[in-house]
Design a protein around this ligand. Structure first.
Ligand code: MOS
Length: 724
């Protein structure tokens, strides 16, 4: 095996195909005899259905069938239904309504137009019940606090600290809105059910669908080779997934449903609203001795999105010896929230890194210097070493690239030539270094073809390019005839791809399968000579094909992890391993300009320096970081779901009113990657980058707004009216 060298800068392995429009998303694949489906959303937020009249809907020309809860009453919710580790909610199995927009009927028709028209004509009579739409309304149910992270004695250290801050930050509900909307297409072929869905989790789709419909999982396949943006919204089965499969089976024809964007705001997962109270205690010299961080996270009443984990990454940002992180869920009548890029780390770092910024002003200390003064050698929470601790290097490199030394300390002290207030902000970020089990099969042919099948999903982040880079670095094969099969249970067993463990899971598995392949090849004819390709060797051996397969586990995982994956579950390890902890790191430096009369906020430039271990593809990793920064700017200055508490309705449920940054809002984003291999974590030296990219970005923007204006806004998004 070669040493862990940084890989070359290569274009995306699928760049040419993508430019030519060749990769098709699930809903774009043509199927003969396809029927179109549409759901009818509930018009109340809570209560029950007392009657459904489907006559008018069924009379629309082209309508094949109108399904109601009576057709789906036998669906079963299994542990795999919502992605393996969560309970699940399956709509259309009864008369109870638990959130506004919940599907109450499914219409299947020959055309999309007929299905849409008929879905609107389904007449539902409800008995409405009182409900609570947000955690700020009466009726919201806070659960007891749970201790999430504890080290030392935070209360005692806080009591004796020389300087303290005690602040509360709020983060609104956000929605992912990937460009590829949520969809399911299902059909039966040769006695097998084939489900196509843009999903990060074909494994859950296969086992969850089989479980819900009472089918043998070995007769169900889930196919998702390309996804047009996942970000966590495509982590689990969608509310429509099983309904569409059942309809296709009942009608004996392929059925497709694309959930309209307006419905996504009510039926798909989202980032829950949250509150964060943070107390920090420090010495006058700027050593942080204590942190107490309490968070509230909005959640559904009847189901839940795990616990909050706001403390997991931020408690590792600095070497704070006395740390108490407590968190609680607050239940309301909403659809369940879910993972959205850096689900806890983004809001957690927004609040925590804002509080650290406030502490720097309380101490009269430069915010960068305060961060550097509190670097950690070991993980203060577990006492274990880090596999790699490079936050200070990210901060130093970023400060140099940004020109931080030119900053004037006082808020409201830097003014541009056009009179704009200039603010410079900094924030740190961390994200867990995780891994998962992964199966890989490598087939090389004498005729020049190479086919790599591996557990993993391509959602646009570039996992094909990452696994392809590892393969081509280790094995002399024809790059132009390399096929990579991902996200497809017909190709190989799958595991959920999320939590930035895609690269950490798949790339070391590719290294391992190449090792097995080389051993097999060497056995057949000695090691490859310099310049000899595998194809030529196979030709010389008169062997048309050589194929090997391996099962690869995450570092420290046992065979039970593979078993769990093969039953449809999720088996992830990290950030705490038996002998160490592992995180990716990032530092963001942001300049904002605030126009003095209108208070319009612009972000002309950002510098972000990340360490994700060995960089598998500089181009895709850089693009991930830039994308994360854009999300951070969106979260800081634009995005929020506006919920009408009287109806439980997201008012701005489209891309015109749910405001995200556009090109004109984004200035220069300079990204640098340290590219330091992390061989302690895995044999390829890789960690994830997709989520750490965003962590701290919103705080850096908010901190820059404070530096520009002297106004500390403790909620997101920060809008013009906050600064007037
Ligand atoms: Mo990601 S939010 O872990 O899919």
């Amino acid at each position: 095996m070669s040493a862990l060298t940084p890989t070359q800068d290569r274009m995306r392995i699928d760049a040419r195909d993508k430019v030519l429009g060749r990769p098709l998303f699930a809903a774009d694949i043509p199927l003969r005899g396809l029927l179109h489906a549409m759901t009818t959303p509930a018009r109340i937020a809570k209560g029950r259905i007392t009657a459904i009249d489907t006559m008018a809907a069924a009379a629309v020309p082209g309508v094949v069938r109108v399904f109601t809860h009576e057709d789906f009453a036998d669906l079963r919710v299994t542990p795999a239904t919502l992605g393996g580790n969560q309970p699940g909610f399956q709509p259309l199995t009864g008369t109870e309504i638990v959130f506004r927009g919940q599907p109450v009927a499914l219409v299947v028709a020959a055309t999309l137009e007929a299905a849409t028209e008929a879905a609107e004509l389904v007449e539902v009579t409800y008995e409405a019940a009182p409900f609570t739409a947000t955690m700020d309304e009466p009726g919201a149910e806070p659960q007891p606090y749970e201790t999430a992270v504890e080290a030392g004695d935070a209360a005692a250290a806080m009591a004796s600290a020389e300087v303290t801050v005690d602040v509360e930050y709020r983060h609104p509900q956000n929605h992912h809105n990937p460009l590829e909307m949520i969809s399911t297409t299902a059909h039966v072929e040769d006695g097998r059910l084939i489900v196509r869905e843009g999903t990060q989790n074909t494994n859950a789709l296969k086992f969850g669908t089989a479980g819900a419909l009472g089918l043998d999982p070995q007769r169900v396949d889930a196919v998702s080779p390309y996804i047009g943006g996942g970000f966590g919204q495509k982590n689990v089965l969608q509310l429509q997934s099983v309904l569409v499969s059942r309809a296709a089976m009942a009608l004996g024809r392929p059925v497709k449903l694309v959930m309209p964007r307006a419905q996504l705001f009510h039926t798909a997962s989202h980032r829950p609203a949250s509150r964060h109270r943070i107390r920090l205690g420090a010495s006058r010299a700027g050593r942080i001795s204590a942190a107490i961080y309490e968070s509230d996270q909005e959640n559904a009443r009847y189901d839940h999105f795990l616990r909050s984990a706001h403390n997991e990454a931020v408690s590792r940002l600095y070497g704070i010896p006395n740390y108490l992180g407590r968190e609680r869920l607050v239940r309301v009548d909403t659809n369940p929230p879910g993972h959205m890029r850096a689900p806890h780390e983004h809001p957690g770092s927004y609040a925590f890194e804002s509080a650290v910024d406030e502490l720097s002003y309380a101490l009269g200390m430069d915010p960068l210097a305060l961060r550097l003064a509190n670097d950690a050698e070991r993980d203060a929470i577990s006492g274990k070493p880090f596999t790699s601790r490079t936050l200070a290097a990210c901060l130093d490199r970023g400060a140099a690239l940004f020109g931080w030394s030119e900053r004037r300390a006082a808020p409201h002290s830097m003014v541009a030539e056009d009179g704009s207030l200039v603010g410079w902000g900094v924030a740190s970020g961390a994200y867990k270094g995780t891994m998962c089990p992964c199966v890989a099969r490598l087939r090389v042919q004498a005729d020049g073809l190479t086919r790599l099948s591996v557990s993993g999903h391509e959602m646009g982040q570039g996992i094909r390019s990452a696994v392809g880079a590892e393969l081509m670095e280790l094995l002399p094969i024809r790059a132009d005839r390399l096929e990579i099969r991902l996200g497809d249970t017909t190709a190989i067993d799958q595991h959920h791809t999320a939590g930035s463990w895609g690269t950490g899971g798949a790339v070391p598995a590719v290294r391992a399968v190449v090792g097995r392949f080389m051993a097999a090849l060497t056995e057949l004819g000695g090691p490859l000579r310099p310049g000899e390709s595998v194809h030529t060797r196979l030709m010389a051996l008169k062997r048309p094909v050589l194929e090997v397969e391996i099962e690869h586990l995450g570092t420290s995982q046992g065979p039970d992890a593979l078993e769990r994956m093969r039953r449809g579950g999720v088996a992830v390890v990290g950030p705490e391993y038996p002998d160490f902890v592992s995180f990716s790191w990032i530092a963001h430096f942001v300049e904002v300009r605030v126009e003095p009369t209108t208070r319009r906020i612009r972000v002309p430039r950002v510098v972000s320096v990340a360490d994700c271990g060995r960089v598998m593809n500089r181009r895709t990793a850089t693009s991930q970081v830039a994308g994360g920064v854009v999300w951070g700017i969106g979260a800081a200055l634009r995005e929020a779901a506006e919920i009408d508490p009287r109806y439980g309705f997201v008012l701005n449920n489209d891309l015109a009113d749910y405001v995200v940054p556009v090109n004109a809002d984004i200035g220069a984003i300079t990204v640098d990657l340290l590219d330091i291999a992390d061989p302690m974590l895995n044999a390829s030296g890789v960690r994830g980058v997709g989520e750490v990219a965003m962590v701290g970005a919103a705080a850096a923007v908010a901190n820059a707004v404070y530096h520009a204006t002297g106004k500390r806004i403790r909620h997101l998004p920060i809008r013009i009216d906050d600064l007037l």
